[in-house]
Design a protein around this ligand. Structure first.
Ligand SMILES: *[C@@H]1O[C@H](CO)[C@@H](O)[C@H](O)[C@H]1NC(C)=O
Ligand SMILES: *[C@@H]1O[C@H](CO)[C@@H](O)[C@H](O)[C@H]1NC(C)=O
Ligand SMILES: *[C@@H]1O[C@H](CO)[C@@H](O)[C@H](O)[C@H]1NC(C)=O
Ligand SMILES: *[C@@H]1O[C@H](CO)[C@@H](O)[C@H](O)[C@H]1NC(C)=O
Length: 487
């Protein structure tokens, strides 16, 4: 395989789709605050009056939780050592705890790219077609979003790929681009793949409700390319990348010092630039750049239950999850699970009578029925009587709360989210340490948790200072809001 200059272009094309999807996909969280008249909703006097009736020592409960959820600087430092060690193991052999997958991407964009490319992004139910034009000093994008129906997700695979090709044809028609234009296309395919080349990857298994037949074990680039042929489109699928790799490259387009791309959203993963000589298990060609982007699959770190400070609540979340014993790091830091950890804590304190005077809530007892977005909302409630939190508890969970309950709940949310931020800093610090980028590294971070959870970024930065000392000043955390779609 030749590593020509254009490689980075095609990959960037895809990643724009990713950057855009980052914006769209994370609307998953509705972070809107209450409307002014809703704020007027006040706790009822009857409830406030009850406050002194059943005396439970909720202070002791919060103290107990603080002891379990606070992660000290020394603990963080020990974790970084183990993390670096596990990265090295992953670079040596297959199927290590952190998989450290070579992405076949050996170049980062320079910012001087020119031309027009197509990008497809299949993240789940949403499928996006995007056209990216690089012109002097600017990047223009047009995109269109499609929804993958349940029939397509679970039917014959060739129909699913025909649908992708039809979407692309429609997009070309709508934008006045002739169907026989030779265009390069990058495919962001957010499912587990065994990558065999930049433009070849076999689906390991479907996730996210997809079961389409005849795809597992096949090269998804070939399936897409064949569908384009069937529809008479002369498009060349030149790259297949994971969304995390996409995050890294789209940030690198803006800042060439970018060393890593991290996703802290519903799930969590990271990719970073490694020297090929360090990738001991790599027996493919050496590239001119002598570096390659590694898709870490870091969410599985800690699943040996050695390194992470797991609490009884984390273990409960893990046991009740569809993949027990896996992705334990992800389960402590990502949006899918933070609300669930908090929900288990609330249920526990309700059972001991330490929260809401023991009132049970049918809604709160439903698995995954306390979104991470709710935590963010509670933490942002700075009203003196926490009226917004009161309203949330009352309207969504039918819980009557006292001001003390609400303050305690806010502290619980802070404990869970601060721990998440500090643990995320462990991974970032491990990458900076492993690559020895002490003179300056930019880490691109995308995802709803990082972007919308107030103070999350500050907690990450605080922990990085504790871990890296002065070097932390040389680490820039960049948020991916630079690419917006105008179409
Ligand atoms: C790529 O991304 C998706 C979604 O983030 C993830 O589920 C998958 O396991 C990733 N890895 C590979 C090797 O495709
Ligand atoms: C796609 O592009 C690659 C690299 O530019 C080239 O080697 C390959 O022949 C092209 N394939 C098609 C079907 O045009
Ligand atoms: C809180 O969580 C519930 C259940 O997941 C959800 O319906 C509600 O929209 C969330 N509230 C906010 C502000 O996100
Ligand atoms: C930070 O980077 C500058 C150069 O960019 C370097 O001189 C300095 O030593 C670095 N700081 C640390 C603590 O390594």
């Amino acid at each position: 395989m030749t590593y020509h200059i254009f490689q980075s272009l095609f990959v960037f094309g895809i990643t724009t789709g990713v950057a855009i999807s980052a914006v769209v996909q994370f609307l998953y969280y509705t972070f809107s605050g209450p409307s002014p008249d809703e704020v007027a909703f006040l706790p009822s006097p009857a409830i406030e009056a009850q406050q002194d009736v059943p005396k439970s020592n909720s202070r002791a409960a919060i103290q107990r939780l603080e002891d379990q959820f606070y992660v000290s600087t020394v603990q963080l430092q020990d974790m970084v050592k183990l993390f670096v060690h596990d990265m090295q193991r992953g670079l040596k052999r297959e199927n290590a705890l952190i998989k450290m997958l070579p992405s076949y991407v050996t170049k980062r964009p320079t910012g001087n790219e020119r031309g027009t490319y197509l990008a497809l992004d299949l993240g789940g139910t949403n499928f996006r077609v995007c056209e990216v034009t690089f012109a002097t000093g600017q990047v223009r994008t047009k995109q269109r979003k499609f929804t993958v129906s349940d029939e397509l997700k679970t039917g014959p695979g060739h129909l699913l790929f025909d649908f992708f090709a039809d979407c692309v044809a429609l997009f070309l028609d709508e934008n006045g681009i002739p169907r026989d234009t030779n265009m390069k296309l990058g495919f962001t395919f957010s499912f587990p793949c065994h990558q065999e080349a930049l433009n070849r990857g076999r689906l390991i298994r479907w996730t996210k409700g997809f079961t389409a037949s005849g795809v597992v074990g096949e090269d998804v680039v070939k399936l897409l390319q064949d569908a384009f042929h069937r529809k008479g489109l002369s498009i060349n699928v030149t790259a297949l990348v994971n969304d995390t790799v996409g995050t890294l490259i789209s940030h690198a387009y803006i800042d060439p010092l970018t060393q890593a791309g991290i996703i802290l959203g519903t799930g969590s993963n990271a990719a970073y630039v490694e020297r090929i000589s360090e990738i001991k298990k790599w027996d493919g060609p050496k590239s001119a750049s002598n570096e390659m982007v590694i898709n870490m699959e870091w969410g599985n770190w800690g699943s040996d239950k050695i390194a992470l400070p797991l609490t009884a609540y984390d273990l409960k979340v893990d046991r009740a999850s569809p993949n027990p014993g896996q992705q334990l790091y992800e389960k402590m830091i990502s949006g899918m699970y933070l609300g669930e950890i908090t929900r288990y804590i609330m249920l526990d304190l309700i059972s001991t009578g330490e929260l809401f005077r023991g009132q049970r809530s049918v809604e709160l007892e439903k698995p995954y029925n306390f979104d991470t977005a709710n935590m963010s909302r509670i933490e942002r409630d700075h009203t003196t009587d926490m009226s917004d939190t009161n309203m949330l508890l009352k309207t969504v969970y039918n819980i009557d709360s006292t001001l003390k309950d609400r303050r305690n709940l806010k502290q619980i949310c802070q404990l869970v989210s601060t721990r998440a931020a500090r643990l995320a800093a462990v991974g970032i610090s491990a990458i900076v340490t492993k690559t020895n980028r002490l003179n300056g590294a930019t880490v691109g971070i995308d995802g709803s948790v990082y972007e919308h959870y107030q103070h999350f970024g500050n907690h990450v930065k605080d922990a990085l200072r504790e871990l890296l000392g002065m070097v932390a000043q040389n680490v820039t955390l960049a948020q991916g809001e630079f690419l917006r779609c105008d179409g």
